[in-house]
Design a protein around this ligand. Structure first.
Ligand code: ZN
Length: 421
């Protein structure tokens, strides 16, 4: 695979060249790569994931950009398969319809539509739906399910074509992709082009404040090019002829923002929720370089804690495994210096079992191997599911195993709860 990586010199939201590196991290491999043999897995190249802040608008972002085709063409996560997600999408569709009140047969567009799971509930209610997603396999599955999907990246040309052929959209969604676009200006220009005068645009993205409070370094990988907060977004949307009118904090991915946007000068008032979050961000000084530097110091503390554990495990000859070949896994292993300590990773994903983790060459085994091999410590890489993993592996704990949770602080959990470290 020919990966193109480029370094931006300017802020993704306001084009200022006044950007500073605030969190220095170790380069990591592209996180979706699982390979058949350990040598080529270990040879996987690593790319920078340092975090920068714009000193002018306060936007926190990555400036090392992997070409989107490399990130998304072979993407194989099906959002409709994740537990609880179909129900989440149905509720989301209800909320969107309540906010928009679209006419019968109105058009709903989803950017980064994956397997069409968010659009299905709209289709079932008689609306016209259209998905856009560059990942070949997931777009094919969406079309098979009857959700018409362009297998492409959102671009201005495509937006104009959609507007011409399908008419304006009353609802446009960009859940989970809003943080992924390098050219976010083009994405919102596409939205403005496709949106009906009384339509609404909805986006979801991880919230910077939650990343900072939870020390969620596992969320920092190449796909997440922006770590959004409300204040920089308001100015950015305004420059692109759009207006943020409501914002909600949701527990998705340990803390996300769901924003509602109308065309600038639209009929709806800006809700109190926007003013409240701006006030909170001011109080927390979220747009200050010093806040991000304090986050960097917390990351360093986690790294120190993890390296002390690794030293002790080595000295005592303990066996250590990891749980969950999640996309955040390579980040945690690399940033916390854990990869040499881990003998194997357990995960039941059929496309990962029997393969080797990218960059580290660690074998991926089915979760049943945890009880077979009984490693003394198992580091949870699928950090989103830590509580669930601990709860559903009580037998492993009963038999003397320990789970290690890495964020927001290092915890070792045994059969009687937390163990002092
Ligand atoms: Zn900026």
């Amino acid at each position: 695979m020919n990966v193109t990586v480029s370094h931006r010199e300017t802020c993704r939201l306001c084009n200022s060249a006044n950007v500073e590196r605030v969190v220095a991290l170790k380069p990591i491999p592209l996180s979706e790569g699982y390979t058949d043999d350990p040598d080529s897995a270990r040879a996987a190249p690593r790319y920078p994931v340092d975090v920068y802040m714009c000193a002018d608008c306060g936007h926190v972002q990555h400036l090392d950009v992997i070409d989107a085709k490399n990130l998304w063409n072979s993407y194989t996560y099906y959002s409709g398969e994740a537990k609880g997600m179909p129900e989440h999408f149905r509720q989301m569709a209800d909320k969107i319809l309540a906010a928009v009140s679209p006419p019968d047969g109105a058009l709903v567009i989803d950017i980064g539509s994956n397997d069409g799971s968010l659009l299905l509930p709209f289709k079932e209610r008689g609306f016209r739906v259209l998905g856009v997603d560059p990942a070949t396999e997931v777009a094919r599955r969406a079309n098979e399910r009857g959700v018409e999907t362009f297998c492409d990246l959102m671009s201005y040309g495509l937006a104009e074509k959609i507007r011409e052929e399908y008419g304006p959209a009353h609802a446009i969604c960009a859940f989970n992709v809003f943080a992924h676009a390098d050219d976010l200006g083009e994405m919102v220009d596409c939205v403005r082009t496709m949106l009906a005068p009384d339509g609404l645009f909805f986006f979801e993205a991880q919230y910077l404040l939650d990343i900072i409070d939870g020390v969620l370094i596992a969320s920092i990988f190449h796909e997440h090019m922006s770590h959004h907060s409300v204040k920089p977004l308001i100015q950015f949307l305004d420059r692109h002829g759009l207006e943020l009118i409501a914002v909600e904090r949701a527990p998705i991915q340990h803390g996300s923002l769901i924003g509602t946007v109308q065309l600038k000068g639209g009929a709806r008032p800006v809700e109190q929720s926007v003013h409240d979050l701006v006030a909170l961000e001011d109080r927390r000084e979220l747009d200050k370089l010093s806040t991000l530097r304090a986050f960097d110091a917390k990351v360093a503390q986690l790294r120190d804690g993890a390296s002390r554990l690794v030293e002790r495990w080595r000295a005592d000859g303990k066996t250590v495994a990891a749980y969950g070949a999640a996309r955040s896994g390579p980040t945690l292993l690399a940033q916390l210096g854990l990869r040499d300590a881990i003998e194997f990773i357990v995960d039941d994903h059929p496309q990962k079992v029997g393969k080797y983790s990218s960059g580290d060459g660690i074998p991926i085994l089915p979760t049943a191997e945890l009880l077979e091999r009984m490693p003394e410590y198992t580091v949870i890489l699928a950090w989103v599911h830590s509580a669930k993993i601990i709860e559903s592996n009580q037998e492993y704990l009963e038999r003397g195993g320990h789970f290690v949770v890495l964020c927001p602080e290092t915890r070792v959990v045994g059969k009687d709860g937390d163990v002092r470290i």
